[in-house]
Write a protein that binds this ligand. Structure first.
Ligand code: SF4
Ligand code: SF4
Length: 218
């Protein structure tokens, strides 16, 4: 299971404020507590109300996916619901999934910003006898994907830098693990594709390790 808690409505409002047509995607996978279509509709109603209080009109569409962290299921859901055609193209996507689902959706069409509605805290273990698994979320408890183009610096930078790059990358590969791409080069490329390189100038505060925790009350 992947344990999440919902981000404060005001924080989500800040992410989506520049956009109007927003698709909210639930996830019926292993997120705990559930974050499916019912929760997607509930948060759309909350955000609509909160937006009105700030004189901001959003147009929300909602849907859900069996498991957003599965590339086939995520792509199939997007295709079946014609997600990218619903507003011709949504201005942004807000996802109810954990950090894995956010990053999976963010990779389907890199020109559409994808924002997390949840903070992801920790994951239950999964054992596999074959195949590979790549870490995409370390459950830091304070998701920064909204400002890093949907690419996690905690899991994908070998040093877990919140303010990168370290300057050691060679030809896009990490100086510590040359077999893997530099997480911050990936972030740079993604923000450049979205015309948001200015975000790299913002200094992010040190991680607060107290929010990672070992138990979350739901
Ligand atoms: S910033 Fe990275 S480690 Fe933290 S919750 Fe988001 S995806 Fe997970
Ligand atoms: S080379 Fe890139 S991924 Fe590796 S430690 Fe430096 S910033 Fe992080």
């Amino acid at each position: 299971m992947i344990v999440t808690t919902q981000k404060p409505v005001d924080e989500i409002l800040d992410f989506i404020a520049p956009y109007k047509n927003i698709f909210i995607m639930g996830c019926d996978g292993c997120t705990q507590p559930p974050r499916g279509i019912r929760e997607a509709i509930t948060i759309s109603q909350l955000l609509e109300l909160a937006g009105k209080l700030k004189n901001k009109e959003f147009v929300f569409k909602t849907g859900t996916c069996a498991k957003q962290c599965d590339s086939h299921l995520a792509a199939e859901t997007v295709q079946q619901s014609n997600l990218l055609g619903k507003f011709e193209k949504p201005d942004a996507i807000l996802t109810m999934a954990c950090g894995l689902g956010v990053q999976m959706l963010a990779g389907i069409d890199p020109s559409i910003p994808v924002f997390p509605a949840q903070n992801t805290h920790f994951m239950g273990a999964e054992e596999r006898e074959q195949g590979t698994l790549e870490e995409r979320c370390a459950g830091c408890g304070d998701c920064v994907l909204a400002i890093t183009g949907g690419i996690c610096p905690v899991a994908r930078c070998s040093k877990g830098l919140l303010n990168g790059a370290c300057g050691g990358a060679k030809e896009g590969k990490c100086e510590l693990s040359p077999e893997r791409p530099c997480g911050w080069v990936l972030i740079y490329d993604r923000l450049k594709a979205q015309g948001k390189l200015d975000q790299l100038k913002e200094l992010r505060p040190l991680r607060d390790y107290r929010v990672t925790g070992w138990k979350v009350t739901v």
